[in-house]
Design a protein around this ligand. Sequence first.
Ligand code: HEM
Length: 406
Amino acid sequence: MSDMREMEPVDYPIPAPEVLDPPAQWAELRQKCPVAGVRFPSGDAAVLLTRYEDVRLALSDSRLTREGLARPDAARITAGDAEGIFSSPMARTLNAEGHERWRRMVGKWFTAKRMAALKPRMEETADRLIDTMIEHGSPADVISHLAFPLPVYVICTMLGVPESDRELFKGWSDTFLNMTKYTKEETDAAHRDFASYMAGLIEAKRQAPGEDLLSQLMDGTDAEGEPMSEEGLVATGQALLLAGHETTAGFIAMMTAHLLSERSRWERLLADPSLIRSAVEEVLRFDPNGSGFGMLRYAHDDVELSEGTIPRGTTVVCSMAAANRDERAWDGPDAMDLGRSPNPHLTFGAGAHSCLGQPLARTELQAVLGVMLRRLPDLRLAVDARELQRHEGMLTSHLTEVPVTW
Ligand code: HEM
């Protein structure tokens, strides 16, 4: 078995010729080179993991950290990334020493009871967005009508933002996510406006607390004792918007595309909506794009894996999407099986940093799929699935448009 030292570094990210399929090289790397040397667009070197067991272990191993990515010897993705996403306000909040405490405080909000209570509101919002899409007329783009606005609205509900201010959040989120589309002045202005809006919102919540996350975090009377500082509340709001918007929007779009690209999938769900839950998990596992870049970690020590060593000081890319197709871990990994169970995919990560918002994301994907099946049973892609275009973002890549008819 060869390891990274015997192969030329692979340029990363690895391009995928077909929009809904993974690059063929993933299977080859899993087989021949599970610890592979790669080169980022910046020219910096890193190591890529593609096997399920390796990715799961690496994401959970305390010798591999996200904090280490701020070190000067960590690989940068692009040349302009020195001030990049790992030193953003989100990263500073999430990587601070108090991460564990922060995670406990915020995580407590995502209870099963609260998710169940939120689901009808998500369905109602999806219903209204679909009304507008139907008014617009067929064909229409699922992303602009449904996939992009719904997750922002859900995050607004979570933070207790009034409906009349939701469009502001949509604008800010767009600016925070598109670091290359806006000037530094525009991005700085969005950060200032967001912080001052949040300060006002926090004040309003102090006067009249609600069921929202901010009210919970500023209430220091529970078991955690200390309320969160205002700075922490603002950063948390921004972190959740950054972590929860584009990811979920991307998956709503991908889910629509995957389920309609072979219409028998859609028809199976129409015939048996009890499969919605497992279908959502299967789309999360199957999709090669949404988490296609993978999660980065920095190795503070040598880490031995079954077929190679990650040397200390290395930046590591954990490709959850490649792991989700590992023949060693899954039966028929390249088939989309809407009833697959169990389905321990790695799309939400693993370990101490795994997705905090996953109960919300799951509920949202289930809610929107249920409403789409009920309202638009005749839904079809308006173009051949191979014509769908990808937008390559910094860490995620997603579809630019999903045109549909009904
Ligand atoms: C389908 C949608 C989503 C996907 C695929 C996704 C994926 C992920 C992944 C892979 C991580 C781990 C990052 C790492 O290991 O470094 C993560 C972290 C996180 N996600 Fe999500 N996410 C989604 C939706 C959401 C939503 C809706 C929220 C909340 C509104 C959210 C909040 C977070 C937070 C706060 C973290 C950081 C956790 C920590 O550092 O402890 N995510 N997400």
